[in-house]
Ligand binder design. Structure first.
Ligand SMILES: Nc1ncnc2c1ncn2[C@@H]1O[C@H](COP(=O)(O)OP(=O)(O)OP(=O)(O)O)[C@@H](O)[C@H]1O
Ligand SMILES: [Mg+2]
Length: 478
């Protein structure tokens, strides 16, 4: 029950992160848009004030009433004349202050009555030079300018107040920002949905792999994942299938190994049991039976030992590589093998080279080969052991002048428990029975060194068993 929860979390986590990052980016762009538009609006309002101030300055400088064309007589003339001429926009209002009191205002209704704002009126009455500022009104923030005016011969002080209702202008900015925010939220929701679907699609094959892996037990390794397309997920499925191939063949090999071993060990057990059942009290036959039983038990011991070697062959610690002098190895193999039987023992070629390999395992392989050669030859036959370097390969071989190996058996005899049919030669017929494990061990040792073992038929008869290994220089040693 835990696995599905974890899977859902993976999908949610991917989409969650995506939404968080996209959301932050969109919120940032909305905030920046709002700030930029607001700053532009403030600039615009400032510009508007400057424009109104310039118009008023022009008007005051001319000093004539624009309606009648006559020179003005007092500050109220200047101010009223200007107010009559200049009509404010929707978000503006103008009014005049004369002698500390609000005097006239622009004809249409302003968004808020600033001429009733005592603080603003007092500030306008005090002003001796143009000034600007911010104030609050019933219609929001207001930016205003106070433009004082004097007329020669008139002791009164007057001022024009120009006010811009910034918050009324701001509606456009707010609307634009809101549209952007709403469409961003929509885009975010759409991205979330799309992300959820895409994450689902991407994770689905992984879920399939997991389901398949759950169904596959050691007892049923035949199932495979369906590989569709050519993307990373397909590659994952293919890798998974290759792993299953390897597992399946490894399990099959293990099973065969156990079957073969069991089968092969049953024979000596049956033999031993039969002899024990038939044993009588005659001391002579008891001694004979004892000899037979010990022989059978030795054979069993050898088979078990060989099986252990084969079982270890796939493990990384099967080899203990070191420096091996191939010439010494060749000569010593012949010296050791002489004890196996009187043959014409020869050292063929020797490779005068030291390589990185497991000398004991190589000796073990060559001794298996010389033991086989002895079993299949007679006293007049020749057995020669040789080594050579051919390019980047090292060859080690044992050659005998016995009956040789039939072509159809040449590959098979390297299998576990495989024995060739007796080739009819007198020597082969009376040779003792082997278990058929020797050449399998030879092949394993060659494989562990990265090479292979094979048998060839020399033109002048007999058999030549070869270990063909890559030449590993001493520097390769750890
Ligand atoms: N030098 C040889 N000449 C002819 N045939 C051989 C030679 N060496 C091996 N064979 C054939 O290959 C078969 C397999 O050899 P292998 O060494 O694997 O088993 P074995 O010698 O029968 O038993 P084990 O080595 O386990 O005691 C032998 O049974 C034999 O038929
Ligand atoms: Mg053998």
């Amino acid at each position: 029950m835990r696995a599905p929860r974890r899977r859902a979390t993976a999908r949610a986590r991917i989409v969650g992160w995506m939404l968080l990052l996209t959301g932050l980016a969109l919120a940032g762009s909305v905030a920046v848009t709002w700030a930029v538009l607001s700053a532009r609006l403030d600039d615009q309002v400032g510009g508007e004030l400057g424009h109104e101030a310039a118009k008023f300055r022009d008007h005051a400088r001319r000093g004539v009433d624009p309606a009648t064309g006559r020179p003005v007589r007092g500050v109220d003339d200047v101010l009223t004349g200007h107010l009559g001429q200049n009509l404010p926009d929707r978000a503006e209002t103008f009014f005049s202050v004369v002698d500390g009191r609000a005097d006239r205002r622009s004809p249409h209704r302003p968004p808020a009555r600033l001429d009733r704002d005592a603080a603003l009126v007092a500030r306008a009455a005090r002003a001796t030079a143009p000034e600007q500022g911010w104030t609050d009104s019933a219609a929001g923030r207001v930016r205003y300018a106070v433009l004082p005016v004097r007329v020669a011969g008139d002791p009164r002080r007057g001022a024009l107040v120009v006010a811009e209702f910034r918050d009324l202008e701001r509606g456009g900015v707010t609307r634009a920002t809101r549209v952007l925010a709403v469409s961003s939220a929509g885009a975010l929701a759409a991205a979330g949905l799309a992300g959820w679907l895409i994450a689902g699609r991407v994770l689905a094959p992984i879920r399939l792999v997991r389901h398949a892996a759950e169904r596959i037990g050691a007892s049923d390794l035949t199932r495979r994942l369906e590989v569709r397309g050519n993307d990373d997920v397909a590659a994952l499925a293919r890798t998974f299938n290759t792993m299953l191939d390897r597992l399946e063949s490894a399990f099959a090999a293990q099973r065969r190994f156990a079957d073969d071993a069991g089968h092969e060990l049953r024979t000596p057990i049956t033999v031993i049991r039969g002899h024990l059942e038939l044993m009588d009290d005659d001391p002579a036959s008891a001694a004979e039976t004892r000899r037979l039983l010990i022989g059978e038990l030795d054979r069993m011991g050898r088979i078990v030992g060989d099986l252990l070697v084969l079982a270890r062959a796939d493990r990384p610690d099967f080899l203990a590589p070191g420096a091996v002098d191939l010439a010494d190895l060749t000569v010593e193999t012949v010296a050791k093998s002489r004890g196996l039987g009187p043959r014409r023992w020869r050292v063929a070629e020797t490779a005068e080279v030291r390589v990185a390999a497991d000398g004991q395992r190589l000796t073990q392989a060559l001794m298996q080969l010389t033991a086989n050669a002895v079993r299949h030859t007679g006293a007049d036959d020749t057995i020669e052991v040789g080594s050579a370097v051919r390019g980047a390969r090292v060859l080690l071989w044992v050659r005998d002048t016995g009956p040789g190996v039939a072509e159809e058996d040449a590959e098979r005899i390297f299998d576990r428990f495989a024995r060739a049919a007796p080739s009819g030669g007198p020597r082969a017929a009376d040779a003792p029975d082997g278990a058929g494990l020797g050449l399998a061990i030879v092949a394993s040792i060659a494989r562990a060194h990265g090479g292979r073992a094979y048998v060839s038929a020399p033109p002048d008869g007999g058999a030549r068993f070869v270990l063909d290994l890559p030449l590993t220089p001493l520097e390769a040693l750890p």
